[in-house]
Design a protein. Structure first.
Length: 245
């Protein structure tokens, strides 16, 4: 089984809490204190995971932003597309996000964190020329990557067609679309977020059932991909869980 290094207090804590990864060992900077560190130590003791206390400078080689905690763990596994379909088959309001060419691990991590916060059920990423599961993605998501299935596919158009056959409506984020607050987003949905620079591919856009946009002032051209995803996820969650008057 391949080993991955994750760093940062929250990524390591979330990986421990989720219980889906095998830990080889955890390195903690000497004299490092705090509630999260205490929780990490407590879980590690219960699971009999090796913990080593080291000099802070040793951890800098992993990342200057290690926050005093580094762990050697098994890699997070992608799930199969068919497995995701099976998991969501009985969920009437299932929501997934399709990322059409997101290349920056930081953006992917931010999108993953927002997806977990707003109840998105799965993330679909491309196999080539796109960001995927990595140490940087885990850190950027602050550990949220441990709590959502991630699917990696070769062909987005194929995935969209398969989702449609399984009852999903496809919503593409595009500035030519309908203003989002005025568009009802219901049932099983898949939201497509395009790449940081050029947005959705033409073939992807043509497969969408609806195009939606976030209304913004004219002082800037658009939000970046990660920010757009966060706002769209929030709106989906808001429509599905309205605040009682």
């Amino acid at each position: 089984m391949s080993t991955e290094i994750i760093y940062g207090r929250h990524p390591v804590y979330e990986a421990l809490s989720a219980g889906k990864r095998n830990f080889k060992k955890i390195l903690i900077a000497k004299h490092f204190k705090g509630d999260i560190v205490n929780h990490i130590l407590s879980i590690a003791r219960k699971k009999k995971i090796i913990v080593q206390f080291v000099e802070s400078r040793k951890l800098v080689s992993f990342s200057p932003n290690n926050q005093g905690v580094v762990a050697y763990v098994s890699q997070k596994e992608y799930i199969q597309f068919e497995q995701m379909i099976k998991l969501l088959k009985e969920k009437k309001d299932a929501a997934v996000c399709i990322l059409d060419g997101i290349e920056d691990p930081q953006n992917l991590g931010t999108i993953i964190r927002s997806a977990v916060c707003f109840g998105i059920d799965a993330i679909i990423v491309q196999h080539r020329a796109a960001a995927g599961i990595s140490t940087g993605t885990s850190k950027a998501s602050a550990g949220a990557i441990e709590h959502i299935p991630i699917v990696r596919i070769a062909n987005i158009v194929y995935a969209i067609e398969a989702l449609k056959k399984n009852g999903f409506w496809i919503y593409g984020a595009d500035m030519s679309g309908e203003s989002m607050p005025e568009k009802e987003i219901k049932g099983k949905v898949a939201v497509v977020i395009g790449s940081e620079g050029s947005g959705m591919q033409r073939t992807t856009k043509e497969k969408c059932d609806f195009l939606i946009k976030i209304p913004i002032t004219q002082k800037i051209g658009s939000l970046n991909a990660a920010m757009s995803a966060s706002v769209i996820f929030y709106e989906i969650n808001r429509q599905r869980n309205p605040v009682p008057e």
